[in-house]
Every structure is written in C-alpha cells, then in structure tokens.
Ligand binder design. Structure first.
Ligand SMILES: C[S@@+](CC[C@H](N)C(=O)[O-])C[C@H]1O[C@@H](n2cnc3c(N)ncnc32)[C@H](O)[C@@H]1O
Length: 237
C-alpha cells in the first residue's frame, strides 16, 4: 500500500473537513489559548509550525504577529493550506527533514501532531529536527491530546481507547466538524513520553499544563481537559 493510500492518513476529503474546524467555539480553543499564553509576545519573530495541516495553527500564530513557516508531510493537508494566501505565512511539504536552515527559527509550535507520531524513536527524530532549526534558547510549545482524554467524547473529536491503554498503542480518533466526521489513527502517549522525547533531543521542559475549558457543553470538555500543553526550550549551545 502506498503511503498516500493508508486509510488513516488524511485524504483530500478528510483535509477538507479538517479545514472547516476553526478554533473559536471548538474543543481546540482552550489548547490554543494556552499555547498563546505560553508563547507571550511573538510579533515579528520567525516561527516554525511543525505539522501545520491545513494551516489552522499557522493562521493562529500569524494572528499573534509571528512570521510563520508551516511544514507538513501530508500532501492533501498542505494543498489545502496553500490555498491560504497571506503575507508572512508559507506552507511547504516535508519528508523527514524540515526545509529550513540550522538555527533559522526564533520559535516553534506543534499542535495536534505528536499524537500522530507512531513511535518514540520518530518522536525523538521530530524533536531533534525542530531543535536543529531553532536558535539557541528558542521556545517550542507542543499541544497534544491529554492522556486522560482517550475515552472522552468532545464536541470536535472523540476517542474510545480500551481501559488500561498503554503508551504506543494505536487509538482511533473521530474528528467532527459541521455535521461531518472522519477517522484518523492516533497513538496514545503519556506526559513522560513527551518529556523524554524532548529532553533527549536538546530541550528542557519548562512547564506542562492541562488547560480547563470554560464551556457549558453537554460533551466531556467540562469533565476532562482535552489537551496537554508543554513548553520546552532549546538548550543554548
Ligand atoms: C491533526 S493535524 C493538525 C494540524 C494543525 N497543526 C492544527 O492544529 O490545525 C496533524 C498534522 O500533523 C501532520 N504530521 C503528523 N506527523 C508528522 C510528521 N512526523 N512530520 C510532519 N507532519 C506531520 C499531519 O500530516 C497532519 O496534517
């Protein structure tokens, strides 16, 4: 099977549904607001968006004033992103290597991506690549699904992992937007997995937070924070 035909990779149809999600009034809003709080003032800074997808996280970062370089390994997602034409924001298809020079970025984010990385070795490789393109002391904020949320039904995504799910196990995530849905295969990771991948790749972890959404929906957001948000910094060398 070719990589592009994998049933749990983003098809053109999946990418189009993903593109309709947005942030405001979605499950994702609490995670992005926390990411914004942790980044502080990014105006005029060069930022990598690792796993930019259809460009939603890049647009968010751009709205905060950063100059954004979105990269992603999925052609369907990058094609949707490239339809967004905006100064200060570019989208590039990548394979294993991030198409950016060493120490060229002031900071980086990765939103809703690490959950799609299948092994700890690949997660370390991704972190090493991000570290390579970051300037010394550059910040890297990772937003991912809360390990405690893998049996939750949120407004915009749901998981039904088995009880006792272990690190590295595959779990189907159903993404929901505007009455449409599609499945994607995620991998269950715990806080320590993210920490160890970052810490063995040239980062120090400065904080780990689980932002609680302020919503009154009948889905699980008020019971379980949907996201873990990790602020790391490249060790200055
Ligand atoms: C759920 S989407 C999130 C997109 C965007 N960051 C957002 O929050 O709207 C995850 C994206 O990460 C990309 N991705 C996953 N693993 C990746 C990797 N190792 N390298 C580059 N892109 C990756 C996928 O192709 C997908 O487009």
């Amino acid at each position: 099977m070719k990589k592009s035909e994998h049933p749990y990779r983003y098809s053109t149809e999946g990418a189009i549904i993903y593109e309709t999600l947005g942030i405001r009034d979605t499950t994702y809003e609490s995670g992005f607001l926390e990411l914004q709080r942790l980044l502080g003032d990014v105006r005029g800074r060069q930022f990598l968006d690792f796993g930019c997808g259809t460009g939603r996280s890049s647009e968010f970062l751009r709205s905060l004033g950063a100059v954004v370089h979105g990269v992603d390994h999925n052609l369907s997602m990058v094609e949707q992103a490239q339809k967004k034409t905006c100064d200060g924001m570019t989208f590039t298809l990548m394979e294993d290597v991030i198409p950016a020079g060493e120490k060229s970025m002031d900071g980086a984010i990765s939103a809703n991506v690490f959950i799609e990385i299948k092994t700890l070795d690949y997660m370390r490789e991704a972190c090493r690549e991000v570290a390579r393109v970051l300037k010394p002391d550059g910040v890297f904020v990772v937003m991912s699904a809360n390990p405690a949320a893998f049996r939750s039904n949120f407004r915009n995504f749901s998981y039904s992992a088995r009880e006792g799910v272990q690190s590295g196990e595959r779990v189907i995530c159903t993404i929901k937007s505007q009455g449409q849905s599609f499945d994607i295969q995620d991998t269950f990771w715990q806080e320590n997995d993210y920490r160890s991948a970052l810490e063995s790749s040239g980062f120090v972890v400065e904080s780990v937070t689980y932002p609680r959404p302020d919503v009154l929906w009948d889905t699980d957001e008020s019971k379980v924070p949907p996201f873990i948000v990790i602020k790391a910094r490249k060790i200055s060398t």
